[in-house]
Design a protein around this ligand. Structure first.
Ligand code: B12
Ligand code: SF4
Ligand code: SF4
Length: 214
């Protein structure tokens, strides 16, 4: 079975397949080594109109959109995993947004890393996965499987060039040409989470600032 068949009729805007052998050393210890061969990453595009409501802080509309897209991704990953299971293979869906190590701020695996290795995009100066068409305006989930899916691509070179829009826009000073300062970003996100009705570690300013995909 190919990926087109697995995602038929589902809300998937972007997808790619990476070789697990190259990245499984980065997975959380709950994921058994050698059990899976492929990582199928799926992406759902965010809506411009929602992102345009973000100026200097996350809005309630963005918070709801974030939750809705995560829910769609998790449902879709489950449905794909079920199709894989019915075809006789293993499948482990990894949530769009779930932390497993709060001290180090880690998920079970990095969707950005899977996407990067599958050739979906590059890691931009914002530290986000930048798709050549949709930019950072895509959220992701991953399905691990032993189904022998074809690996889709090679990591893309950065095409950020001289752009510094995300660096200039970040209210925490967390972005620079030298890299991303997670502690500064996290501090700002905690501040935003305390705004009435937000309650989530979200921001969206570096997504909204990127000219790619706007
Ligand atoms: C914890 C978490 C956070 C934390 C910590 C962020 C961080 N950088 O680690 C906090 C709360 C601060 C945060 C903030 C945000 N997050 Co967040 N977050 C996550 C989460 C749940 C886990 C990330 C994780 O495990 N990071 C650990 C580090 C080690 O990995 P990484 O940076 O993802 O990947 C790098 C390393 O793996 C490294 N690497 C390590 N080993 C190797 C080996 C090889 C061979 C290579 C090449 C690379 C490599 O390269 C990778 C690429 O940079 C993911 C969902 C997920 N499971 O992926 C979402 C996720 C990364 N967040 C996302 C988003 C959008 C945000 C925010 C914009 C908030 C918002 N939604 O409004 C900000 C953006 C911050 C920024 N500029 O990066 C999206 C990114 C989408 C995209 N297009 O890139 C994700 C993927 C969620 C999703 N379902 O789409 N996040
Ligand atoms: S999520 Fe907000 S605080 Fe964090 S890097 Fe992006 S713009 Fe800066
Ligand atoms: S805003 Fe510019 S520098 Fe930042 S990720 Fe997008 S293209 Fe790259």
């Amino acid at each position: 079975m190919d990926v087109e068949k697995l995602i038929e009729g589902l809300d998937v805007d972007v997808w790619g397949v990476a070789d697990v052998a190259e990245i499984e050393h980065t997975f959380h210890e709950t994921i058994e080594r050698g059990k899976y061969r492929r990582a199928l990453v799926i992406g759902v595009r965010l809506l411009n109109d929602v992102l345009e409501t973000i100026r200097d802080r996350p809005t309630l509309l963005y918070k709801h959109h974030y939750k809705t897209v995560n829910w769609i991704l998790d449902q879709t990953a489950f449905r794909i995993a079920s199709r894989i299971r019915k075809a006789g293979y293993r499948a482990l869906p990894i949530a769009a947004s779930q932390e497993v190590d709060w001290e180090r701020q880690l998920g079970h695996l990095s969707h950005k890393l899977v996407g990067h290795m599958a050739g979906i995009g590059w890691i931009g100066k914002s530290e986000l996965l930048i798709h050549p068409v949709h930019g950072p305006r895509v959220r992701y989930a991953t399905i691990l499987t032993d189904m022998p899916l074809e690996v889709t691509g090679q990591p893309l070179e950065s095409q950020c060039g001289t752009c510094t829009a995300c660096i200039d826009a970040c209210p925490a000073g967390a972005l620079s040409e030298e890299g991303y300062d997670m502690q500064k970003c996290l501090k700002k996100l905690r501040e935003f989470a305390s705004i009435r009705g937000i309650g989530q570690l979200i921001c969206g300013i570096c997504i909204q600032a990127c000219p790619i995909g706007r």
